[in-house]
Design a protein around this ligand. Structure first.
Ligand code: C2O
Ligand code: CU
Length: 515
């Protein structure tokens, strides 16, 4: 620790950046240098905040690294041409990037200065159940003015994110990326970027609570327009070439949001990714939206998809990629020479999020450009197979749970096996079992179903191909999807739709088993 205390800020940032992933972070400062990798430091003991006063660092009595501080509080943020009051972590949108190595311990101190109780859930991490951040299930909600210390190790490398697990708080600005690095990473790249996709209404359109109330009153579609705002306010959503067909079916969302963001930036003042022609960039993409699946493409480029929900797949190269709420994908892009649009089409909503990939001088593309790649081969989970190292393999299934997903816009009550909220007994399992889940969607909307604490494997009828490992899986209208997991992480775990409004409307259950 003493050596670090003597390091200057500049070299410290450089060291932290290089240590993070062997990347030249400086060359890739891109959009928001204030939340670059160098803000948080990995140490042997975990993740820690850069000491404000280095000289005092050596005097910590227990010599354990300080916890990362996550201050949940109201804040004013600039979405790019539009300033809004919302709720964030540490005043930033997205919240601070947390980055550590597989097997390390994350220590995070949540301080709640919101006017409401909250928690932090570490989405996708197979962590200690007590740290999972689900109020009423794994902890008590943290009251205003109170705090909570999260401490857990991260067993699997990959791209994750964190968000509260209370009401519609994820629909505000309370989210941030969590990256677990793999020292044995085989994917080679020159730069790395994390992009968080979001749909946004808070402070621009009606509040999330007003939207939900509106939906529950009678299923009014596109409640985001009810407050007198409309998409395309910035000229970004007004793509005249809108195509209503979606790989998710005709009804791909309930709420038309006024804005769609990449890393907290609206199309008017977009996130910019920089690099040099010929370089390979790894983009970690997180969809934290409440009600929006995105179809992402980079104009003039193909996407080599390498990871799904953090876990490696056999790489697939396509033109675009479908990403539902709660899903994460890592893609590799070999940069061309020029200035290119990165577009995340909001499925079924006639609007898009927008960022820029820039390797040379030149004019920025129009924010409503629709790259041809969006209408070519859209990679979906059906195209993906687990990489050999993470294939769960076949073994006898000890028990099968059938989960019928239903609901409708008229009542806005969303159910699993006929029950809403926690009306059903928890799904049972025994430690060590291979468990199968069969999702049957009887509704007219897709549901991205997310299981906490585990990463299941997708099984396809009549196919021997190993499906991808996932923690969030799209179940399309009238579709049946089978997944399997090993019950190797006892506790009480949520299983729910990651559409925030469907979840609030009841589409959730739990899985529980003892050690
Ligand atoms: Cu990201 Cu239970 O959720
Ligand atoms: Cu749903």
């Amino acid at each position: 620790m003493g050596t670090r205390a003597a390091t200057t800020r500049r070299s410290f940032l450089a060291v932290a950046g290089v240590a993070a992933a062997g990347l030249a972070v400086d060359a890739y400062a891109g959009h928001r240098p204030q939340r670059a990798v160098g803000r948080l430091v990995r140490t042997a003991g975990g993740l820690q905040e850069r000491p404000r006063d280095g000289a005092r660092e050596g005097s910590r009595p227990d010599s354990r690294p300080a916890a990362v501080r996550l201050l949940a509080a109201p804040a004013t943020v600039d979405l790019g041409g539009r300033t809004v009051s919302t709720w964030t972590f540490n005043g930033e949108l997205p919240g601070p990037e947390l980055r550590l190595r597989v097997g390390e311990v994350l220590r995070a101190r949540l301080e709640n200065r919101l006017p409401a109780a909250t928690t932090v859930h570490w989405h996708g991490i197979a962590l200690d159940n007590r740290m999972d951040g689900v109020p009423g299930l794994t902890q008590s909600a943290v009251a205003p003015g109170q705090g909570f210390d999260y401490e857990f190790s991260v067993p699997d490398p990959g791209t994750y994110f964190y968000h509260p697990h209370v009401g519609l708080q994820i629909e505000r600005g309370l989210y941030g990326p969590l990256v677990v690095e793999d020292p044995g990473e085989v994917v080679r790249y020159d730069h790395e970027a994390v992009l968080i996709l979001d749909d946004w209404t808070d402070g621009v359109g009606p509040s999330p609570e007003a939207i939900l109330a509106n939906l529950q009153r009678g299923g009014m579609r596109h409640a985001g327009q009810a407050g007198g705002t409309h998409h395309g306010h910035h000229g970004a959503g007004a793509a005249a070439t809108f195509d209503p067909t979606s790989p998710l079916g005709a009804d791909a969302g309930d709420v038309r949001h006024p804005l769609y963001l990449v890393n907290g930036r609206s199309p008017r003042s977009p996130t910019v990714l920089r690099g040099r022609p010929g370089e390979r960039i790894r983009i970690r993409i997180v969809n934290t939206a409440a009600d929006t699946a995105f179809r992402l493409a980079v104009g003039g480029h193909r996407l080599k998809v390498t990871h799904a929900d953090g876990f490696p797949i056999r790489p697939v190269t396509g033109d675009a990629l479908l990403i539902a709420m709660g899903e994460r994908y890592d893609v590799q892009v070999e940069l061309g020479d020029g200035v290119f649009p990165l577009v995340a089409l909001a499925e079924g909503k006639d609007a898009q999020a927008f960022a820029v990939v820039r390797t040379s001088l030149g004019a920025t593309p129009r924010a409503n450009v629709r790259p041809a790649e969006l209408d070519r081969w859209v990679v979906t989970v059906a195209d993906l197979d687990a990489a050999g190292a993470v294939d769960l393999g076949r073994r006898p299934v000890s028990r099968t749970h059938r989960l019928v997903l239903d609901g409708n816009m008229a009542t806005y009550r969303w159910t699993i096996n006929g029950h809403a909220h926690h009306g059903a007994a928890p799904l049972a399992a025994r430690q060590g079992e291979r468990v199968r889940l069969v999702f049957e969607n009887r509704s007219a909307m897709f549901h991205p179903m997310h299981l906490h604490g585990h990463t299941f494997q997708v099984r396809r009828a009549g196919e021997r191909r190993p499906g991808p490992r996932k923690d969030t899986i799209i179940v399309r209208p009238l579709e049946r999807v089978t997944v399997e997991f090993d019950a190797d992480n006892p506790g009480r775990w949520m299983l729910h739709c990651h559409n925030a409004y469907h979840q609030a409307g009841g589409m959730m259950t739990t899985l529980a088993y003892e050690p």
